[in-house]
Unconditional design. Structure first.
Length: 365
C-alpha cells in the first residue's frame, strides 16, 4: 500500500511540475509576444522605419547591434520596473523633480506614435485595398476598440499580441524563402559612425516607447530576461529578412511609402501583406496607447480626457506615416537614449551615501 501510495504521489508531483512548467512557458511566450508587438508596428512591417534608420550597405552588423541594444534596453526596464514598482515608481525614483517633465515627454511620444499607427492603417487600406485616406474607416474602428479594451491594462495587450504576433512573424519568415540578395549586408558602410548612430537611435526609440508597458510588466512578471532575449532575437532576424528583400528590389522599393509592399506586389500577396501590416500596427497601437490611457485614469473626467486624446491622435495621423516616421522618430530615438542612460546611471552607479561610494572616496584621498 505504501509503495503504491508513493508511486501515486510521485506521479502527482510530476504532473504538478509539468503543469507549472507549461504555465510559466505560456507566460514567457506571451511576454515575448508583447515585446515583439511593441516594435513591429506600421513602420517596421512596411519597412519605412527600417529604411529610415538602417544603412543600405552593411546592414547585417547594424541589425545585430540593434537586437543587442534592444535586449539590453528591455532588460534594464524590467529591472527598473521590479526594483521601483512599475513605470510610475521608475519615473519618480530615477528622475525625481524632473519626473513630471519626463512623463509629459513620454505622453507626447505615445500620442505621436499612436498617430503614426493610425496613419499606417490608412496607408494599409489605400495600398492594399484601394480605400482612400479620406475614408479612415479602419483607423477609426481600431481607435474605438483601443479606447474600450485598454481598460483591461497589460493583460489585454498580452493576449492581443499573443494572437496577432505569430501571424506577423510567419509572414516575415516566408520572405526568407524569396530570392533575395544579401550582398549589401556585408559591404563596408560609407559612413559607419552615422550608421551606428542611427541604429542606436532606432533601438532607443523602440525601447523608450515601450517603457511604460515593460516597466509595469517587470513589476509583475518573472523570467523577463529570457523573454527579452527571445524577443530581441526575433526582432533582429526580422530586420535582416525585411531589409534583404527591400534592398534586393532596388530603388523603387526603397523610395516607396510602404517599401515591403513594393516588394511583394499588389496581387494576393499584397493583400496578405496589408492584413499582416494591420496586425502589426494594432499590436503597437495598444502598447503606445497604454500610458495615455493610464494617465487619463488619474484625471477627474477620465472618459472625456481619453476621448480628447483619441481626437488628437486622429488629427495628428493626418500628417501621414512617412512624415511622422521621417521627422518624429529620430527625435524620439534621442529621447530614448537619454531616458535609458538616466535609468542605467540611477540603477547601477553607487549612491553618494552608500558604503561602496564612501570606500572609493577614501581610497582617492
Amino acid at each position: 500500500m505504501t509503495a503504491r501510495h508513493d508511486k501515486f504521489a510521485g506521479k502527482n508531483i510530476y504532473i504538478s511540475y509539468m503543469i507549472s512548467f507549461v504555465k510559466k512557458a505560456g507566460k514567457g511566450v506571451r511576454l515575448a509576444a508583447v515585446l515583439v508587438g511593441t516594435v513591429v508596428g506600421a513602420g517596421f512591417v512596411s519597412g519605412a522605419e527600417l529604411i529610415r534608420f538602417f544603412p543600405t550597405e552593411n546592414f547585417l552588423p547594424c541589425a545585430v547591434l540593434a537586437a543587442l541594444l534592444i535586449f539590453l534596453g528591455f532588460a534594464l526596464l524590467f529591472y527598473c520596473g521590479k526594483k521601483y514598482g512599475g513605470f510610475e515608481g521608475t519615473l519618480c525614483r530615477v528622475f525625481k523633480n524632473f519626473a513630471p517633465a519626463v512623463r509629459l515627454v513620454i505622453l507626447a511620444a505615445s500620442l505621436m506614435t499612436s498617430a503614426g499607427m493610425l496613419a499606417g492603417l490608412d496607408s494599409v487600406m489605400l495600398e492594399g485595398f484601394g480605400v482612400p485616406k479620406s475614408l479612415p474607416l479602419l483607423s477609426v474602428g481600431v481607435l474605438v476598440a483601443v479606447y474600450f479594451l485598454s481598460d483591461k491594462g497589460t493583460a489585454a495587450i498580452g493576449w492581443i499580441n499573443l494572437c496577432l504576433v505569430p501571424a506577423i512573424l510567419a509572414f516575415v519568415a516566408s520572405l526568407a524563402f524569396r530570392k533575395v540578395d544579401f550582398a549589401y549586408a556585408f559591404l563596408p558602410a560609407g559612413e559607419p559612425f552615422w550608421a551606428m548612430l542611427y541604429v542606436i537611435l532606432y533601438a532607443g526609440m523602440n525601447v523608450f516607447l515601450a517603457a511604460p508597458v515593460v516597466c509595469d510588466l517587470g513589476a509583475k512578471s518573472e523570467g523577463c530576461t529570457g523573454a527579452a532575449a527571445a524577443a530581441s532575437l526575433v526582432i533582429g532576424a526580422s530586420v535582416v529578412i525585411i531589409l534583404a528583400n527591400i534592398f534586393a528590389s532596388g530603388a523603387n522599393a526603397i523610395g516607396a511609402d510602404m517599401p515591403l509592399l513594393a516588394v511583394v506586389g499588389r496581387g494576393v500577396a499584397g493583400k496578405i501583406f496589408a492584413v499582416v501590416s494591420a496586425f502589426g500596427i494594432i499590436t503597437t497601437l495598444f502598447s503606445s496607447w497604454y500610458p495615455l490611457h493610464a494617465r487619463a485614469a488619474k484625471c477627474k473626467k477620465p472618459k472625456t480626457v481619453r476621448a480628447l486624446l483619441c481626437v488628437g491622435a486622429f488629427f495628428l495621423s493626418r500628417f501621414g506615416l512617412k512624415n511622422i516616421v521621417g521627422f518624429a522618430y529620430p527625435l524620439l530615438g534621442l529621447c530614448g537614449v537619454l531616458f535609458l542612460a538616466a535609468c542605467a546611471l540611477r540603477s547601477f552607479l553607487p549612491k553618494k551615501n552608500s558604503p561602496l561610494h564612501g570606500a572609493k572616496g577614501r581610497e582617492g584621498i
